[in-house]
Design a binder for this molecule. Structure first.
Ligand code: ADP
Ligand code: MG
Length: 615
């Protein structure tokens, strides 16, 4: 039998490698930007056409390359950044694998122009699908220009696999923002289809954040600055009152490299605990400086996950530092020493420790109705009708309960039978409604009691109405007296733009306003005008989770989001009429018994069940 194993030609090997390094235009952009940073540039310009599908160009004023280096740069495993294996444990550059340019040149048409400071002439090199097509001297400035045209021109299957321009551009903006945040001392510009998206002059981190995300950020930022023997943590968190319904601005950098790490993200969330309303997320820009030997850098170039030697300590340091920052700005109690025993922060010079004290609220009244409503739900979740303070006979709750008791109908003479709740059934019995824990509505029905989860009930009602009107293409909309402008981060803006058709379909009168802003003249009838921003943020978040292409937002998803944001929440007091209306509307629904998430909305206690409780 003849031998069958052969070495793959370089061009094929490069194409295979490229599959991992260059997944989409954004990954090429990231590699090019990082090469320019490694080359010591202090001004980097990114030019994009058609979301990078037609052109991605990066121009820098870095060291440039010699003629031989320019040629070498496109070879696989050709790098100037390390020489021996141990070097990767002390790496301070972004790249070191020597794979990026070889990979990009394997799947695109690439033109390089580069010149070193002390050379008279630069060199121009054209490479297509790993083949050098042209090389000549040229006139050019110090630094490097790299043009990548027609990505995946030679792999149609991969080109077809690219997402819409909106989606691909959003990925590019995400990469650009990460790189720009990690290097505020470098001037970055970004031009997309001839329009300048960003111009970020060299600045401090605060200014860089403001330049990227908008001037409103300035007042939101609280500095974090903590130094420990293991790592140094600097950067900013956003004050809790500015937290958003989208996960938007959450950035971790390790040695100026953007990373994603769920465990450390939890450390930040943990520090914010109790300060955020449900469903909102903290924003942060945190930079870790850590000995490169303590992190596993031998990770894949396109992966942002990273491993640390001592993750638990890092978790504690981050949580404590964030709490500390929140505390210093009087946002939260400074430090919780009980849960932070394994880490004691170092005091700064001149810092004083406030004496411990006991805080008493002189106005505290345990029978205060307002307080009772706010008390933890576990105490109020009991389904028993006997209030704990029944002996006082005075509280509002007790009176409600007595009223309810009075309203319970006389026992019918007919033999007991299992009473089921039927929609639309009318009873002669006078109904009474009461609200427990600002969460549940109790009402009598026939010979039983029904308990209704107010928030789930209202979500169900709104969902069915909105869904119906969407299906019937009969979308009630209201014009706003004062149009609202809402601004987004550049990448969220791209996403919102792609959602405009769906938004209009559900009753938004919404248009692009430019400068990452939309203008809203009208909103769906069911939506409270104060909740417009919440709805849009929530839609963005759903959209990111579903990773769809934007335009195809289904009626069901839209209706769910609108219903969830607009519904009456747990904790809202309701008067009798409101409860009455809610219950009637609930039972007019097609599916009154299950919530949008498949949980119970209604629990029915019939006389038998009640009798059992007294046995
Ligand atoms: P790596 O960055 O991992 O070394 P690349 O394939 O990205 O590998 O680049 C190969 C080499 O080409 C780099 O090591 C560097 O010497 C050179 N190079 C790439 N881009 C630039 C640039 N913009 N300016 C100067 N040199 C560059
Ligand atoms: Mg590189």
């Amino acid at each position: 039998m003849s031998d069958v194993i052969r070495l793959l030609p370089d061009s094929v090997a490069n194409q295979i490698a490229a599959g991992e390094v260059v997944q989409r235009p954004a990954s090429a952009v990231k590699e090019l930007l990082e090469n320019s940073i490694d080359a010591g540039a202090d001004h980097i310009t990114l030019i994009i056409k058609d979301a990078g599908k037609t052109l991605m160009q990066v121009i820098d004023n870095g060291t440039g390359m010699s003629e031989t280096d320019a040629r070498m740069a496109f070879e696989r495993h050709a790098t100037s950044k390390i020489q021996k294996a141990e070097d990767i444990f002390a790496i301070h550059t972004k790249g070191f694998r020597g794979e990026a340019l070889a990979s990009i040149a394997a799947v695109a048409q690439v033109e390089l122009k580069t010149k070193k400071e002390d050379e008279e002439l630069g060199v121009m090199l054209r490479v297509e699908g790993s083949k050098v097509m042209e090389q000549e001297y040229c006139n050019t400035k110090r630094g490097t220009q790299l043009e990548v045209k027609n990505l995946f021109f030679n792999i149609p299957a991969r080109r077809n696999f690219l997402k819409s321009n909106n989606v691909e551009l959003r990925h590019i903006i995400d990469e650009f923002e990460r790189v720009a945040l990690a290097h505020p001392d470098i001037h970055f510009s970004f031009v997309n289809n001839g329009n300048e998206l960003f111009d970020l002059p060299a600045a401090g981190l605060r200014q860089r954040i403001v330049n990227i995300f908008g001037s409103k950020f300035n007042e939101k930022l609280v500095p974090v600055d903590e130094e420990t023997p293991i790592l140094k943590l600097t950067g900013f968190i956003c004050k809790p009152e500015f937290s958003k319904k989208t996960r938007g601005e959450q950035f971790f950098f390790a040695n100026n490299r953007y990373i994603r790490n769920n465990y450390l993200h939890r450390a930040v969330c943990n520090a914010f605990e109790g300060l955020l309303t449900e469903g909102s997320h903290p924003s942060y820009f945190l930079f870790m400086d850590i000995d490169p030997a303590k992190i596993d850098v031998n990770i894949h170039p396109t992966k942002t996950e990273i491993k640390f030697e001592d993750e638990r300590s890092i978790f504690t340091i981050i949580r404590t530092a964030v709490k500390h920052a929140l505390g210093q700005y009087n946002i939260a109690p400074s430090l919780d020493f009980e849960s932070d025993v394994d880490f004691v922060p170092q005091m700064k010079k001149g810092q004083t420790v406030p004496p411990p004290g006991v805080h008493i609220n002189p106005n505290f009244n345990p029978f205060d109705e307002q307080l009772a409503g706010r008390s933890s739900s576990s105490a109020t979740r009991q389904t028993s009708f006997i209030p704990q303070d029944v002996h006082t006979g005075k509280s509002q709750k007790t009176q409600d309960w007595e009223k309810l008791f009075e309203d319970i109908p006389e026992l019918p003479d007919e033999p007991k039978r299992q009473e089921t709740l039927e929609m639309g059934e009318t009873t002669e019995v006078k109904k009474s409604y009461s609200q427990i824990g600002r969460k549940y509505i109790f009402t009598n029905h026939g010979t039983g009691i029904i308990m209704i989860h107010q928030q789930r009930a209202h979500e169900r009602i709104l969902f069915e109405r909105i869904f119906q009107s969407l299906e019937n293409k009969n979308i009630p909309s209201q014009q706003l007296l004062f149009p609202q402008n809402i601004s987004f981060s550049a990448s969220d803006y791209q996403l919102i733009i792609s959602l405009l058709p769906s938004l209009r379909e559900v009753g938004f009168d919404i248009d692009e306003f430019g400068q990452n802003e939309v203008i809203i003249n009208g909103i769906p009838l069911y939506l409270d005008s104060n909740l417009v921003k919440d709805v849009l943020e929530r839609l963005l978040e759903d959209e990111k989770d579903h990773k769809s292409d934007g335009a195809s937002k289904t009626h069901e998803l839209m209706a769910t989001t609108l219903a969830k944001v607009s519904a009456i929440k747990t904790g809202s007091p309701l008067n009798t009429q409101e409860m009455h209306k809610l219950v009637d509307e609930l039972f007019a629904c097609e599916m009154p018994y299950v919530s949008l998430a498949g949980k119970p909305v209604v629990v029915n206690l019939n006389l038998e069940d009640i009798d059992k409780s007294f046995n």
